[in-house]
Design a protein around this ligand. Structure first.
Ligand code: HEM
Length: 528
């Protein structure tokens, strides 16, 4: 459990990204020492890295353009990226600007034209993989095989998405069972539970029903290790990134949770994968009752060294990582939003009940719950799981020249200011008002159920899943899972904040927007 935020615990073991709140004490435990320490290290880093990084003096900088003097903006970026980037978005609506991260300049590309170019640029010119692999230090945190051959992305895009209709009854079954197990509400009693941790368990179980099936998806240690891995990879990546490149091969493996988690995961997964290889060898084409799950889809697509037991175990872990944290953050935001905006509950219940009465719980019926879809889209628009999207690194030798004539040098990191786009009044009227039915109203205007306004449809104005070449391939599954969970929650439970309080504040940490992971929520069986 994450401690009180005022106690300054960074809780790195569980990587909960606690925020720094100075207290009034004057001793060495005073958190201000840590804040100043972080600021000094950050400043030194910017100085060293910016001097050795690509020359970007021609791009306007927020704050000082001097690497050293920009440390104030580094701290602002670390703890208030949203406001900092919004400043740039207003000042430079259609041209590049840069903000200092801890160890590099990040170039922001606002405006539809620039974002469109980024979303569609070839991988060998503006690289998604180089950007994400450096951020996560994938080689150390998930293995070099994943970095070299990210074939799981096409497995998720194709086999997983194709099977969502067939496997929906299983997903739904797991949702019902997980809610029953983790939220043992009785009669009229309110139950108080830690919101984030509980939702993470439910997401992890539901996702793994599709990934590895029963009984493993309910095995407590398997759930626990996947949750831990999902939390630890990003933090380990950040620590490894702080090391100079020459120290990474020595210290990277120690800082990474990979081997420890892989050992634990192997205990559960190795016998399962080994049995499938055995049957495949024994029965060949007659092995027709292969389980329809992620393990099988990966086995079908993997080649060479990737088609071995340890590599497949690692791959299942990595897909879990990609799925769990993103979906849990999103679902926790939705949970807080429904408690914060209870006027949405009745219209949502009416929609769910009318669809389910006619068609039951199927993927097709879920597709007709437009208000549920809209609520998910609005929650992602309003909060999102980050302030930035479309992260890319310029990998074209000689730099990448945009249609506006600006050439960004090799090695430049680019992003689009997602939060600012999602709160731009030119794109979304009254952007600071949460309207869970914003998107379903647009659908009604155009054509009921219009795909244009559904959560799985990415666009330059709607970026939670990215856009273009690398748009999240897991979004079709994520949307099914999150909508099915949310519909189940709304139709069966009442929720409210403890002491009828306010929505817990989001935590902005560098480019991440995290729902408060320490807050509790009260829940009871729906009372009519
Ligand atoms: C609400 C939940 C999710 C969110 C918000 C999300 C968001 C994203 C984003 C922003 C990207 C990068 C897109 C870009 O830069 O253009 C991405 C990529 C990716 N996501 Fe998701 N994701 C979610 C759920 C999932 C799930 C459930 C899976 C797997 C089952 C998944 C698998 C992936 C993979 C494999 C990539 C890399 C794509 C590639 O290699 O081209 N994601 N996701």
């Amino acid at each position: 459990m994450m401690g009180d935020r005022r106690n300054m615990s960074l809780d790195f073991g569980r990587c909960k990204y606690a925020v720094l709140y100075p207290t009034d004490s004057g001793d060495m435990n005073d958190p201000r020492f840590l804040v100043y320490g972080v600021a000094s290290v950050a400043g030194a880093y910017v100085l060293v890295k910016a001097l050795s990084g690509p020359k970007l003096d021609f791009i306007p900088a927020l704050g000082s353009s001097s690497a050293f003097l920009s440390y104030r903006e580094v701290v602002r970026y670390l703890f208030g990226a949203k406001e900092l980037i919004q400043e740039g978005y207003v000042k430079y609506p259609n041209t590049f600007f840069r903000v200092p991260g801890v160890d590099r300049w990040n170039v922001m590309a606002p405006g539809l034209a620039l974002m469109e170019e980024i979303a569609n640029a070839p991988e060998n010119e503006l690289s998604f993989y180089e950007s994400i692999n450096e951020f996560l230090q994938t080689g150390y945190t998930a293995g070099w095989g994943i970095e070299k051959d990210p074939y799981h992305a096409s497995v998720v895009r194709t086999s997983m998405t194709r099977n969502l209709g067939t496997l929906f009854p299983e997903v739904r079954d797991e949702i019902v069972a997980a809610f029953d197990d983790l939220l043992p509400v009785q009669g009229k009693e309110w139950l108080t539970v830690p919101a984030f941790d509980t939702m993470m368990q439910i997401v992890c179980r539901t996702s793994n029903r599709l990934f590895v099936g029963l009984p493993l998806c309910r095995e407590p240690d398997f759930i626990k290790l996947n949750v831990e891995y999902a939390m630890d990879v990003i933090m380990a990546g950040q620590f490894i990134n702080m090391l100079p490149a020459f120290l990474r091969p020595t210290f990277g493996p120690f800082l990474s949770p990979r081997k420890r988690i892989l050992r634990r995961a192997s205990k559960h997964l190795t016998p399962v994968v080994a049995e499938r290889f055995r049957k495949e060898a024994e029965l060949g084409d007659k092995y027709t009752d292969r389980p329809n799950d992620l393990i099988t889809w990966l086995m079908d697509a993997a080649e060479g060294e990737e088609r071995t037991i340890p590599a497949l175990v690692q791959r299942v872990l990595f897909v879990n990582f990609a799925a769990i944290r993103t979906s849990t953050d999103t679902f926790t935001h939705m949970l807080y939003d429904i408690a914060a905006y209870p006027d949405h509950v009745e219209p949502l219940r009416e929609e769910i009940q009318s669809v389910v009465q006619k068609e039951g719980w199927t993927r097709a019926s879920l597709n007709r719950m437009y208000k549920i879809d809209s609520f998910l889209s609005e929650s992602q628009r309003f909060h999102g799981i980050g302030t930035l999207s479309l992260g890319r690194k310029v990998v074209k030798k000689g730099g990448y020249t945009f249609a506006n004539g600006v050439t960004l040098p090799y090695g430049t990191y680019i992003h689009s200011p997602m939060w600012s786009v999602h709160h731009d009044p030119e794109i979304y009227p009254d952007p600071d008002v949460f309207d869970g039915f914003r998107f379903s109203k647009l659908m009604e205007k155009e054509e009921v159920g219009s795909a244009k306004f559904q959560t799985i449809t990415t666009s330059l104005g709607y970026l939670p899943f990215g856009h273009g070449r690398h748009a999240c391939p897991g979004r079709f599954f994520a949307a099914v899972e999150l909508k099915a969970m949310f519909a189940h929650l709304v139709v069966n439970y009442d929720v409210k904040f403890v002491n009828n309080g306010q929505r817990p504040k989001n935590m902005y940490m560098a480019s991440a927007c995290l729902p408060d992971s320490s807050a509790k929520i009260m829940i009871r069986k729906r009372q009519d």
